[in-house]
Ligand binder design. Structure first.
Ligand SMILES: C[S@@+](CC[C@H](N)C(=O)[O-])C[C@H]1O[C@@H](n2cnc3c(N)ncnc32)[C@H](O)[C@@H]1O
Length: 237
């Protein structure tokens, strides 16, 4: 709920030139409560001077904020003050997925990286304690499923499930189809999709999925695997 404090305090740090102040001071310097928040998000680090006084130093992240790196500073401020959803969109003036569409080599490497992630996640999701989520399903749509690596693994582990992968045309173009393609779904899988969408788009998608699975009785499921904020521990999110 209070995660916006991290980005707002980062905005303050940039506007107050805190990274520059520490940089020109040449060593750690005492500062306020704002700095505690920025230490929590890993932007600065905390140390002691003269054995007792609290002081703050630069980390690799805040080194990027000093005015010797004007591009990073400028783009971050532009992003904080603008209406564009992502830093990527602010810097490049184009959505990330559209950028991949225009750069086939990078698109291929991105999809291969996501496929590697699927391989790693398989042991947790398909083979271990989450296995029962998939048992008994007849069909599944993998929305934003990339090149289908995760669905391929599911279809091999659960031969009874007909998997359908839905993604952008440039991602699924020329991928070999198999005979287990089907257009009715018991379950919709969203792996690492929602964190990249705004609340409005995410809710719109979920409402549509609810309508689609409501007609399918108790077999209907929406399965979401995504990044969550670590709210309990004093660790970086
Ligand atoms: C972070 S990747 C996750 C890929 C896959 N689910 C995984 O975890 O390996 C997000 C995927 O969403 C897809 N995507 C983005 N916008 C989309 C849209 N409007 N319709 C369908 N897929 C979309 C992208 O092409 C990309 O493959």
């Amino acid at each position: 709920m209070f995660n916006h404090l991290s980005s707002m305090s980062l905005k303050c740090a940039i506007e107050l030139s805190i990274a520059d102040i520490i940089h020109s001071h040449g060593r750690a310097i005492t500062l306020s409560e704002l700095m505690r928040l920025l230490v929590h998000s890993g932007c600065f680090n905390k140390t002691k001077v003269n054995g007792q006084e609290e002081a703050y130093g630069l980390t690799a992240s805040s080194t990027l904020l000093i005015k010797e790196n004007p591009t990073v500073c400028h783009q971050l401020l532009h992003w904080f003050k603008g209406t564009e959803l992502t830093l990527w969109g602010t810097v490049h003036g184009i959505k990330f997925w559209e950028f991949l569409n225009q750069n086939p080599g990078i698109n291929q490497r991105f999809n291969e990286a996501m496929a590697s992630d699927s391989e790693i996640m398989t042991s947790f999701v398909v083979k271990a304690e989450c296995k029962q989520i998939f048992e008994g399903l007849g069909s599944l749509v993998d929305v934003g499923g990339g090149n289908g690596s995760f669905s391929r693994i599911i279809s091999e582990a659960f031969p009874g499930i007909k998997c359908t992968v839905l993604d952008l045309p440039h991602v699924v173009a020329n991928l070999p189809e198999t005979d287990n393609l089907k257009y009715i779904a018991d379950a919709f899988l969203f792996k690492l999709v929602f964190h990249g969408l705004g609340d409005e788009d995410g809710l719109k998608i979920l409402k549509k999925r609810r309508e689609a699975i409501a007609s399918n009785g108790e077999r209907g499921k929406v399965i979401i695997i995504d990044i969550v904020i670590n709210a309990r521990e004093e660790e970086h999110d």
